[in-house]
Design a protein around this ligand. Structure first.
Ligand SMILES: Cc1cc2nc3c(=O)[nH]c(=O)nc-3n(C[C@H](O)[C@H](O)[C@H](O)COP(=O)(O)OP(=O)(O)OC[C@H]3O[C@@H](n4cnc5c(N)ncnc54)[C@H](O)[C@@H]3O)c2cc1C
Length: 336
């Protein structure tokens, strides 16, 4: 059981900045995110895009903003449970909460701060009939650790950056023993550089490139052993493999949070704008995941909401302590 002062669900920019504001109040945070890395939409959707409306930064790449937020939070030694969705919440008799993830990791804290953004990013799955039977038995939708594929035969499917970049990485660094890239069309959606690189590696025989084709079947005894690929002109091809990795992108959905008894409006959590608390005492919602009159889904608004919510959380955790607002210019940043 991981014990902390504040469980933050969602390690997007808003959840990350909340660690810093909590730290100033001497409150420790543990973050849960279903994605394998921190940064939410900034890391997952647009890491290389410049953002122009972060105060004090005329322009900052979304990925760099996430790096900076991690650096700013570091003195407060946050804990992270990554690659696991927060699925269940149970209120204890003393008003505290236990949050359990999709992999059964349990977290205990007096306060839960939901910074879940657009929700859990769920993988877009190809229409292969028995796909679910092989999930985590050779079928993966996210590459968390490329070393997992060392010496293995991999069939990657998709036409975007993710499919291209991982095919290049696994082939070029000689991690996978074989890499096949299967794509429905003859052209790719990814960066031109990456497309060229895949073509070069295909010419060198390091990637088997199969375009105008899609994986339509999976076979194997308890784990993936081969895939059936349907080619536009050549018909069905069977290929032996250890892994089938469809990388068709991720789509957000509010997911399990929608069933926690919170007041939901337009796929977002209703909050009281005095402190961004929800209808369940001890649970707050900040950033893109909340809704109220005049809500703007902007990073800077999420930063503000988190700051206010944490003052209220402090008062709940320490009802007998008076919190006097201290400027960082006066007190500096005293980490844990
Ligand atoms: C292309 C694009 C450009 C943008 N440009 C700008 C801009 O210029 N300026 C600006 O201010 N905003 C911009 N935005 C919006 C901005 O990215 C969001 O407002 C911001 O990401 C919200 O941050 P967040 O931390 O609330 O949520 P998110 O960034 O969505 O992060 C939420 C995290 O919570 C996780 N999560 C959700 N549910 C669970 C669960 N049950 N268990 C575990 N983890 C969970 C998700 O995996 C995710 O990582 C842009 C958005 C896009 C898509």
């Amino acid at each position: 059981m991981i014990k902390t002062d504040i469980i933050i669900i969602g390690a997007g920019p808003v959840g990350l900045f909340a660690i810093f504001e909590a730290g100033l109040l001497k409150l420790k945070c543990h973050l849960i995110d279903s994605l394998p890395q921190a940064g939410g939409q900034c890391s997952e959707i647009y890491p290389k895009k410049p953002i122009y409306d972060i105060p004090g930064f005329p322009s900052v790449l979304a990925g760099d903003l996430v790096d900076n937020l991690m650096e700013q939070a570091a003195p407060f030694k946050p804990g992270f449970t990554l690659g696991e969705a927060a699925e269940k919440i149970e209120k204890q008799e003393d008003g505290s909460f236990i949050v359990t993830t999709s992999k059964g990791t349990q977290h205990h804290a007096p306060i839960v701060m939901i910074a879940g953004g657009l929700g859990v990013f769920e993988p877009r799955k190809p229409p292969v009939e028995n796909l679910a039977d092989y999930e985590d038995k050779g079928v993966e939708y996210i590459i968390k650790d490329p070393e997992f594929y060392r010496g293995k035969r991999c069939v990657i499917a998709g036409g975007g950056d993710s499919a291209l970049d991982w095919s290049i990485f696994l082939a070029e660094k000689n991690i996978a023993s074989e890499v096949a890239l299967v794509h429905r069309r003859s052209s790719f959606r990814g960066h031109l550089d990456s497309v060229q690189k895949v073509m070069d590696l295909a010419e060198q025989g390091k990637i088997k490139l199969i375009t105008e084709a899609e994986v339509v079947g999976l076979e194997g005894d308890g784990k993936v052993e081969n895939v059936t690929i349907k080619h536009k002109t050549e018909g069905e091809i069977k290929m032996d493999t250890d892994h089938f990795i469809p990388l068709f992108g991720l789509k957000p959905s509010l997911g399990p949070i929608a069933d926690w008894g919170l007041e939901i409006e337009k796929n977002a959590i209703k909050v009281d704008t005095r402190d961004y608390s929800t209808n369940i005492e001890g649970i707050y919602a900040i950033g893109d995941v909340n809704t109220y009159e005049g809500k703007l889904k902007l990073i800077l608004c999420g930063f503000h909401e988190g700051t206010i919510a944490l003052q209220s959380a402090f008062a709940r955790i320490h009802p007998d302590k008076k919190n006097v607002l201290k400027y960082t210019t006066v007190n500096g940043v005293q980490g844990f």
